[in-house]
Design a protein around this ligand. Sequence first.
Ligand SMILES: *[C@@H]1O[C@H](CO)[C@@H](O)[C@H](O)[C@H]1NC(C)=O
Length: 481
Amino acid sequence: MFPSLLSLISLLTVVCALDLDTNSPASVNGDSKLIAKGLLDYYAGSRYGGTIGMFDQPYYWWHAGAAWNTMVEYWAVTGDETYLDTTRQALAYQRGDKFDLMVANYSTSEGNDDQGVWALTMMAAAERNFPGPGDDHSWLDVAKNAFATMVARWDLQCGGGVRWQIFSSNNGYDYKNSVSNGAVFNLAARLYYNTGEKVYLEWAQTAWQWLWNSGLIDHESYRVYDGLDANDCSNITPYLWSYNAGMLVSGTAYLFAATGERSWDSHARNFWTSSKDVFFDNKVMVEISCQQDTITCNNDQRTFKGIYANLLGLTAEVHPGIADEIIDYLTASAKAAANTCSGGSDGHTCSLDWISQQYDGKWIGLGEQISALAVIINSQALKVHAAPRGKAQDQVPSNQAGLQPSLAWFTTLTTAKPTPSPSKSSSPSPSSSAQPSSTHPTSSEVATSEPSSPAQYEGGSDGTTAGLGLLAILGLSVLLM
Ligand SMILES: *[C@@H]1O[C@H](CO)[C@@H](O)[C@H](O)[C@H]1NC(C)=O
């Protein structure tokens, strides 16, 4: 008995050590699956009395949005359907009564940033062609509806912007922050890239101009500060958070991909250069404003690296000029993160500090699982994500929900057609509330700042054609796994 127990222990030790090889799909898929399982250990919705889509206390509604975004990407990259139904049910259940991510249970404390994080999750589900909810309210519709409610809150205090909070009774209503406005900008850029509807380009330009002129972005260093006091418009809170940098680098990269304009190219490059200097140490991602000896990251901040990793993966997909370097950094970070995922009773609990390259047991939780999973998955952004990236569309009917993403992108490759130009006549907005409010510059004012060259879809011209053969082989190899 004693020897067999020993061998069992040594077997467990081998199983627990996540030695990630980012060049091996089997390694990536295997490690991701263990970390995803650890993530879902916090899921309340699978337990008696738990709410579908929500995680255990102290995690809030917005954490759930970040978690499901990563689970959508997990599905898209690995093709593993173990959590497909769980993820789909969670997304469908938390859409809100009006399918705009204003969810009655949480809306009294809901901020624009919370709604924005969830809207980006719906956007990701649409972009990945994640199996739909099986009714008339697709992930894309929900992203559009949420966007419409967010921009309806745009006001001209301090020249524009949305506030942190939605309701004036909540602390933070007098604060205009980068993540709320960054989410508006990022969503607008991605909605335009995916639908070609001009109103989203206009909003992306409007949000950009305000962010750029508000003082929230340093014009030299391209650092993105946390927010400003909406009472005096000048008192900037200077904290640097990775997810804010992520919103800006990916938003500008999408706009470059959608318009071909050089200014978006250089903004995207500058945000990447800035954020790689701030948020990486020897290529390992770090939430620098709180991961220091004297400061500790709170429950929110411990999730930011996951959102940042997701946004960097998307950036690499749409901006070939900086893709290789982003992947290089994500790969080093993915290995470091995986090295920390050997803790807890399950043996695959991850810790916050990746620089140490080992599990330290100091900070563990949902944010750590989200972040480690996201960085590993997104280290694969070019190999796996690139092929299916195209225009978001309504999802496959639910009776095809079992379709493997790998099959989907293999099919996309073999039937690749030139992408159509955006329709100039497409109707602008999903609902009346998408129209700029009375305090917002009118459409015609915004239109005067548009580039003279028509917007082009560039999504298919980012080098994927040259890589078709390689991608097809990759596709086959995943299919055969
Ligand atoms: C709202 O709260 C009630 C009561 O806890 C719960 O049954 C329901 O599932 C919740 N709805 C959502 C969308 O979270």
